[in-house]
Design a protein around this ligand. Structure first.
Ligand code: ADP
Length: 200
């Protein structure tokens, strides 16, 4: 399987699935799978804080002081510090508890609210990690389906965000997202998802 899959979404938008480290992304914004404290943590959160430098934690602390902990499903934007991305959009995914306490709805809100934050900052491109599928334990196959359906639905509307990249850290996640994209195209032909031959 190639390590970048590129899809045209309708006439104007692009979805990319890539294997890699989100801290290297040069999209306008990258999304952080944070926790409610906003004070950093392990996984992708730790990697983003290390790469962005101490200014990121200082800005997160300030937001935390002003607004308290960030609830699950919500999103907030900071500057990108030393990252190539201009902004970091922090969201708090649901902790998987078996699927019966609104985890799917909360995960969907994460993607919607992040793209709303990106719009507010006039971003044309955003990179997402696979929110909640690490320490928070959300099974990656259903998580990938929710992530892609939510993002593709939004990409169909006239928006400033024209490119969304999912930066997957391991082969298993990449395969889950690739299969979810295939299924989404099959189940919802009106989304006009077309695999681009320039995928590499
Ligand atoms: P959560 O607490 O939301 O589950 P994690 O950071 O534990 O967040 O994991 C979310 C996903 O991010 C997992 O698939 C994990 O492998 C992946 N991940 C970890 N580090 C990086 C990174 N540097 N770039 C992209 N994805 C990463």
């Amino acid at each position: 399987m190639p390590s970048t899959l590129r899809y045209r979404i309708g006439a104007e938008a692009t979805l990319e699935l890539v294997m890699g480290d989100i801290t290297h992304e040069s999209t306008d914004a990258i999304v952080n799978a944070a926790n409610s404290s906003l004070l950093g943590g392990g996984g992708v959160d730790g990697a983003i804080h290390r790469a962005a430098g101490p200014g990121l934690l200082a800005e997160c602390k300030k937001i935390r002081e002003q607004r308290g902990p960030l609830p699950q499903g919500k999103a907030v934007t900071t500057a990108g510090g030393h990252l190539k991305a201009r902004y970091v959009i922090h969201t708090v995914g649901p902790i998987w508890q078996g699927g019966h306490v609104n985890e799917p709805q909360i995960l969907e809100s994460c993607y919607c609210n992040c793209l709303e934050e990106a719009e507010r900052s006039a971003c044309a491109s955003v990179s997402f990690p696979s929110v909640s599928t690490g320490a928070f334990g959300y099974p990656v196959i259903p998580a990938a389906q929710i992530a892609l359906r939510t993002v593709v639905d939004i990409l169909h509307r006239p928006k400033s965000v024209r490119l969304v990249r999912f930066v997957l850290f391991d082969q298993n996640s990449f395969t889950a997202y690739a299969r979810a994209a295939e299924k989404l195209g099959r189940d919802f032909p009106h989304y006009q998802i077309a695999l681009d031959s320039t995928s590499s």
